[in-house]
Design a protein around this ligand. Structure first.
Ligand SMILES: [Fe+2]
Ligand SMILES: [Fe+2]
Length: 338
């Protein structure tokens, strides 16, 4: 276990074990036996440093993705084509804010406060899903995001609902229920467009052409290029690999997209009779890494919007802190009296 390269000399929390601890091997064996038996690891339970590090990395990236993910669709709330669509979109974007909240709470159970995480995001030091760095050019993009992006998110999050860390898995159960609504509204809207006027059909196809590959990239690099996968699977933070999830998603969604008359923008796509899998052409990983490194079409605009929201929310944070101080001061004499 001492092979993990990033183990520090100091422990972030008293319950986080370091390989240099005298009882590390024994406690690790007990920890792994609990995971093997299907038990959840809860805040305060002993855990190896690498498990703690992977959880903080993964849940914080997930939280940031939910919050930044509000922006591409949020831009269309004022331009929704009907009151019904506006209400649906408002509810969806608000849900995503809630998902960010649950997930920041989940990271806080690991001793890292959200202020630190948000600071990392605003400084450009934290990652979030690359898919949100693409622009939403038409209303059909909003619908396609619901079907494809929320659909891909559900695949990933249904797996995470079974993960070994209790707070993360429980957050996922609620989040998945809401994502299902996001997915359904997107699918309904695209289905209507795909059967609508020639212009509406063009919008739907154009949205699919632009969102198809970014949605497939959401599952992350191929397993052979994913350095975190072995540790994540060993400790059941993830129970399925990136390529497995991507293949499941592709197999489910391709027949559905074809059924409404849309064309998958992949000249190499073919159905493999033997395995029952839809085999996709090569993913442009150079584009993926470009976007991750901050060079996507919308990276700068997304971060500028988050920074502006943070600055404009300063008075709210100050008011909350002032209220908390006053509340504490009022409580203090009572406590002393008690
Ligand atoms: Fe979400
Ligand atoms: Fe969603």
């Amino acid at each position: 276990m001492s092979a993990f390269p990033r183990t520090p000399n100091t422990r972030p929390l008293p319950n986080v074990g370091l390989p240099t601890d005298p009882d590390y091997e024994q406690r690790l064996a007990e920890f792994e036996a609990r995971i093997e038996a299907g038990e959840k690891i809860e805040p305060g339970d002993w855990m190896p440093y690498e498990y703690w590090r992977q959880l903080v990395r993964m849940i914080s990236q997930h939280a940031h993705s939910e919050v930044v993910g509000m922006l591409p669709e949020g831009a269309w709330i004022t331009r929704a084509p009907s009151l019904r669509r506006k209400l649906i979109l408002l509810a969806k974007v608000q849900d995503e804010a809630g998902h960010g909240q649950y997930l920041y709470h989940a990271v806080e159970t690991l001793g890292v406060d959200r202020g630190t995480l948000i600071h990392q995001l605003l400084e450009g030091k934290a990652k979030y899903s690359s898919v949100f760095n693409y622009p939403t050019l038409t209303w059909a993009d909003v619908a396609m995001i619901g079907w494809l992006v929320d659909g891909a998110a559900i695949k990933n999050q249904t797996m995470l609902a079974h993960c070994s860390y209790g707070p993360y898995s429980r957050a996922m159960v609620r989040i998945c229920a809401e994502e299902t609504f996001h997915y359904k509204q997107g699918k309904e809207a695209i289905t209507l467009y795909a059967q609508g006027t020639p212009r509406q059909r063009r919008w739907a196809q154009d949205a699919l052409d632009r969102w198809w590959w970014p949605a497939l990239m959401m599952f992350g690099p191929h397993d052979k290029d994913s350095p975190n996968t072995p540790a994540l699977m060993r400790w059941k933070i993830k129970t399925k690999s990136n390529d497995t999830l991507r293949q499941e998603f592709v197999n489910e969604i391709i027949p559905e997209l074809m059924a409404v008359g849309l064309e998958i923008p992949d000249p190499d796509l073919r159905y493999d009779e033997e395995t029952g899998n839809w085999l996709i052409g090569p993913i442009d990983w150079a584009e993926f890494w470009q976007v991750i490194r901050g060079n996507g079409l919308m990276n700068q605009a997304r971060m500028a919007a988050r920074r502006q929201a943070h600055e404009e929310g300063q008075w709210v944070r100050e008011a909350v802190e002032a209220y908390a101080r006053r509340h504490q001061a009022r409580q203090a004499p009572e406590k002393i009296a008690a």
